[in-house]
Design a protein around this ligand. Structure first.
Ligand SMILES: Nc1ncnc2c1ncn2[C@@H]1O[C@H](COP(=O)(O)OP(=O)(O)OP(=O)(O)O)[C@@H](O)[C@H]1O
Length: 225
């Protein structure tokens, strides 16, 4: 399998806080990887560097054989819109729009025709089990419903890579499990690569592989016995 996304010796500081101190890892095309580690170990910072949202202070981010960190802000944004889906802990939906309009938004940014965008959005809501809330606004949704809508919005463009930061962190165990299963089923059926930040071992168990961060660096993989 070929590597789709990788970090090499990535360093990133916020003021005097060194969030990443030489993080090196890679994710294969089509792989589902969980990034775990204690609070403050740098998980979110690593994810945002991999997704091209943050630029490392040093080191390299590679995507599909090219240097993501060397692209201009404009090119990174364009690549993110076209090839990445991002899901955060609290869906971050646009409150004024209905669920289906929120899901259609990335397609409208890409200048898809409106009726076709709404049809795709509706079919993704259905796939994620949220078709019945299509006309509701975010304020009327439960946490689990809002997260399904946010996942549909991340997947509607057919991303090659999905970056998810504690996507079920705000949900109770039962709805968290359902939402995670919905995300991974949809991602696996479209052969998308997934990088999933979580502090929850039960969530990490759904991944193909786990990468553990400690103090801003990747712990060596446990040797199989
Ligand atoms: N925008 C920021 N400004 C200042 N400090 C930050 C910023 N983002 C992260 N940090 C700091 O960098 C370190 C790593 O943060 P990060 O959010 O990457 O860790 P994490 O492992 O995701 O933590 P958590 O599990 O609590 O979300 C922490 O000490 C955090 O306070």
């Amino acid at each position: 399998m070929s590597v789709l996304v990788a970090a090499h010796a990535v360093r990133k500081s916020f003021g005097r806080t060194e969030a990443l101190r030489g993080a090196t890892m890679s994710v294969d095309d089509g792989e589902v990887v969980a990034v775990t580690g204690r609070s403050g170990s740098g998980k979110s910072t690593l994810l945002m560097c991999l997704a091209g949202v943050l630029r490392p202070d040093a080191g390299r981010i590679e995507y599909s054989g090219g240097r993501l960190d060397e692209l201009s802000e404009r090119d990174r944004t364009r690549l993110r819109r076209r090839e990445f889906g991002v899901v955060l802990q609290f869906g971050q939906l646009v409150p004024e729009l209905t669920a289906v309009q929120n899901v259609a938004l990335p397609l409208l940014f890409e200048r898809h025709e409106r009726a076709a965008a709404m049809r795709s959005a509706m079919s993704w809501l259905d796939r994620l089990g949220a078709g019945d809330v299509a006309g509701a606004r975010p304020g009327e949704l439960s946490g689990g419903e809002a997260q399904r809508v946010a996942i549909a919005r991340a997947l509607v463009t057919g991303p090659r890579a999905i970056f998810a930061d504690e996507p079920t962190g705000a949900l109770d165990t039962v709805s968290g499990d359902q939402v995670l299963t919905a995300l991974l089923t949809a991602a696996r059926s479209s052969y998308a690569t997934v990088v999933l930040v979580t502090h929850d071992n039960r969530v990490a168990a759904h991944a193909d592989r786990e990468i553990v961060l400690r103090d801003g660096a990747v712990e060596p993989a446990a040797v199989a016995r």
